[in-house]
Design a protein around this ligand. Structure first.
Ligand code: OOG
Ligand code: NI
Length: 386
């Protein structure tokens, strides 16, 4: 068998192909890349190579089978599921993980990550609609036969050769592509949408179209200001911690979803799904740091955050951040509160839902076919003790 291509390389090729596809489909994303590249070059002309190509995307899946196969597809790209995010408390009927590279070398080679959500059919209150959703989803196949065949050969042979890798990138890209033809009629779309707009987005189409692709900026406030100056409809609030000398975790902001023309069986219609987002990443917090962050975030007083030290020595001395050779380790994951804000910002007018406290990591992992990796364990393994 010919030598197999490094998963890091297949991931880099896939991330680049996805970015090109999204750039062609969503002009706002091309503008974002422009602004972010300009700001990053000004902030740090010597920034590590990974920053220039760094992106995260997001998809939403309908069934356990789709999730299990997606995990196998991402494994070919050297990406594993890290963390469990329960969005139900925020009124969004999904739970999620982040597929991403997990070793320092793989992150340095290409840090592409995908926030991947699974619909919680059990949270649909209307039993008849629940059955319809299951039946509609059971009829679709989100992976082509070519993609499935290449996943199976990669698993069997321990990788893909060059031709296989090229074919796999092209085949998997199709799963992430936008399709303006809905798989349901307008009446069914309206029923799904009335239950929750996100349910219509997940169920009514042929596949889990990529709904945003997010470049990483070194100064989110500067990018936000430039977007507003260009007349782009940016969300007013930046999600995550306030601006600081030593950035921590993740700050994100998103831009309104596009309204797109779609075709229902026999009828024209509209759907809003795809949007823009930028993010700035900071230091990964230890469990102690994260507990402090969560406590301060819950405090209604906006000044509360002053209690989080903003000095490298203090952060290290108090054991709030992970460091490696005296430098903060970058946070590679997501934040459930910010993710909820990102979902909500694209669901204007959606009435609030109360799904109660129904977190179900065990059910998610059964669907996934494996346990998710604990992000703290990954940072702890990379850290050097001071
Ligand atoms: C995912 C929202 C979460 C983030 O950056 O926190 C997310 C979605 O809208 O499907 O991407
Ligand atoms: Ni995002």
């Amino acid at each position: 068998m010919p030598a197999s291509v490094e998963p890091d390389l297949i991931r880099a090729q896939f991330a680049a192909a996805l970015s090109d596809m999204y750039r062609a489909e969503v002009p706002l994303y091309a503008d974002l890349l422009d602004i972010v590249a300009g700001v990053n070059a000004r902030v740090d002309p010597a920034a590590p190579e990974r920053i220039a190509v760094e992106r995260h995307g997001a998809i939403r899946l309908g069934t356990a089978d789709e999730l299990a196969m997606m995990a196998r597809a991402f494994a070919v790209l050297g990406m594993a599921p890290v963390g469990y995010y329960d969005l139900a408390p925020a009124g969004v009927p999904v739970h999620s993980t982040a597929f991403r590279p997990v070793t320092e070398a793989a992150l340095a080679a290409n840090p592409f990550r995908v926030f991947c959500s699974l619909l919680r059919i059990d949270l649909i209150g209307d039993a008849a609609l629940r059955d319809d959703v299951a039946a509609i989803l059971a009829r679709r196949a989100i992976f082509s036969d070519a993609a499935l065949g290449l996943i199976i050969s990669a698993e069997r042979d321990g990788g893909l050769d060059e031709a296989g890798a090229r074919a796999f990138v092209a085949a998997l890209l199709e799963t992430f592509r936008w399709h303006s033809d809905a798989t349901v009629d307008a009446e069914t779309y309206a029923r799904l949408s009335a239950q929750h707009r996100l349910i219509a987005d997940i169920v009514a189409f042929k596949g889990p179209h990529i709904n945003h692709l997010t470049p990483r900026t070194l100064d989110i406030d500067a990018v936000q200001a430039q977007m507003l100056a260009r007349g782009i409809d940016a969300k007013a609030v930046i999600e995550g911690p306030p601006a600081r000398k030593i950035p921590i975790l993740l700050r994100q902001t998103s831009f309104k979803a596009l309204t797109e023309a779609v075709r229902f069986a026999g009828q024209d219609g509209q759907h809003t799904a795809r949007f823009g987002e930028i993010e700035q990443r900071g230091a990964a917090l230890t469990p102690k740091g994260r507990a402090l962050y969560d406590r301060l975030l819950a405090d209604p007083d906006p000044q509360a955050f002053c209690a989080f030290p903003d000095d490298l020595d203090a952060l290290v001395a108090e054991g709030l951040i992970y460091v490696r050779n005296d430098a903060p380790i970058t946070y590679e994951d997501f934040l459930p509160v910010s993710a909820a804000g990102i979902f909500q910002s694209n669901l204007t007018g959606e009435r609030p839902r109360d799904y109660g406290d129904t977190s179900s990591q065990a059910a998610f992992e059964t669907a996934l076919g494996r346990a998710v990796i604990d992000p703290f364990a990954l940072y702890a393994a990379m850290a050097t003790t001071p």
